[in-house]
Design a protein around this ligand. Structure first.
Ligand code: ZN
Ligand code: ZN
Length: 346
């Protein structure tokens, strides 16, 4: 990225690892909504020219003499690098909530250049985030471990029970994976909505058999009536808001059944985070409203195994693969909402 909305592929010198770090030969690196937002809007943590890319899978080519690798990781292994870099020492890290680390940083943002490259540095703080891949798991699918683990965190917060009616607002990759996981957890009925018809159609092409019904919402149609009419006026037991939309946040409370759980998975833009919500929905229906952010090391570990076991159902979510030279096209495809998950394959 050489400027906002400008990208260039350059030859650079092979990176030299820190004595306590390592070097990855990148096999694949995902692009997510965060990368696209950074690319199209800029981000102070990515001062141009900047190398993005925080969902890398690669082979550990070089390991510094002082590097502290996880016990099951060795030089030459194919690994995934979890992007939430944590201190390992604060009370949240010690309690196993690495996603809430008081001093966490993000790989691919200052001061750690990312992995849209042939080679990527693993800084010392990131060696504990290396996760070995099962042999049969393809590298391009493994790059989704990062957003997938976050989707899993959302589903755990949602606590889907046998027989629940679930609504997922937003049919990006997160919404799609949540649909598969909710089905695995025993949901009786899954509905999905999106404001973008193209994205909804792509999503249904990929996870349609896990979904009972889906429809497009719009400015004057928030989807509440459709949920109510399909549930005899009861509403949904579990609602996941997987779209950064105030309208979706508000609609979620209205379509929730009594005693339902609503999880706000997606954040709002940092400059506009305040959303007016009808708190009487919360009060009279005894709703539980929860947030979900990032993922813990435990969830990353579960993710790798789950991706491997369910790869036939989950792999189609990776709709596009681009070589490094065509990375600009990949960003444009995300913006247009005509694909789900994009992966760069150097
Ligand atoms: Zn990401
Ligand atoms: Zn910490």
């Amino acid at each position: 990225m050489t400027d906002v909305n400008a990208v260039e592929v350059r030859d650079v010198e092979e990176p030299k690892p820190d004595p306590a770090g390592a070097v990855l030969k990148v096999e694949a690196c995902g692009i997510c909504g965060t990368d696209a937002r950074t690319f199209f809007n800029g981000d102070p943590r990515a001062p141009v020219p900047w190398q993005l890319g925080h969902e890398p899978v690669g082979v550990l080519e070089e390991v510094g003499p002082d590097a502290d690798l996880p016990p099951d990781v060795r030089r030459g292994d194919r690994v995934f690098l979890g992007s939430i870099l944590t201190c390992g020492e604060c009370r949240w890290c010690v309690d196993g909530f690495q996603n809430l680390c008081e001093r966490h940083l993000l790989y691919g943002y200052e001061p750690f250049p990312g992995a849209y490259a042939e080679w990527a540095l693993v800084p010392p703080i990131a060696t504990k985030n290396l996760i070995p891949l099962p042999d049969e798991l393809p590298s391009d699918l493994a790059t989704v471990a990062d957003p997938f683990a976050c989707a899993l965190n959302g589903v755990e917060m949602l606590d889907v029970r046998l027989g629940d009616v679930v609504v997922i607002l937003g049919t990006g990759p997160i919404g799609c994976w949540q649909a598969v996981m909710c089905r695995d957890r025993g949901a009786s009925t899954i509905y999905m909505t999106d404001v973008n018809k193209d994205r909804l159609d792509v999503a249904l092409g990929v996870v349609g058999r896990f979904v009972d019904d889906a429809w497009v919402t719009g400015e004057d149609d928030d989807g509440v009536e459709q949920v109510m009419s399909r549930t005899d006026g009861r509403g949904a037991d579990r609602v996941s808001v997987a779209a950064p939309s105030k309208q979706a946040q508000q609609a979620a409370l209205e379509m929730a059944a009594k005693r339902a759980r609503v999880v706000y998975f997606a954040g709002l833009p940092k400059h506009d985070p305040v959303s007016p919500l009808d708190m009487n929905q919360l009060h009279y229906k005894e709703l539980a409203i929860l947030g979900a952010y990032g993922a813990t090391h435990r969830q990353y570990r579960i993710t790798m195994d789950y991706l491997n076991r369910r790869k036939d159902d989950l792999a189609p979510v990776v709709t596009h693969r681009f070589p490094l030279e065509r990375i600009g096209e990949a960003f444009a495809t995300i913006r247009d909402g005509t694909g789900l998950k994009m992966v760069i394959v150097p």
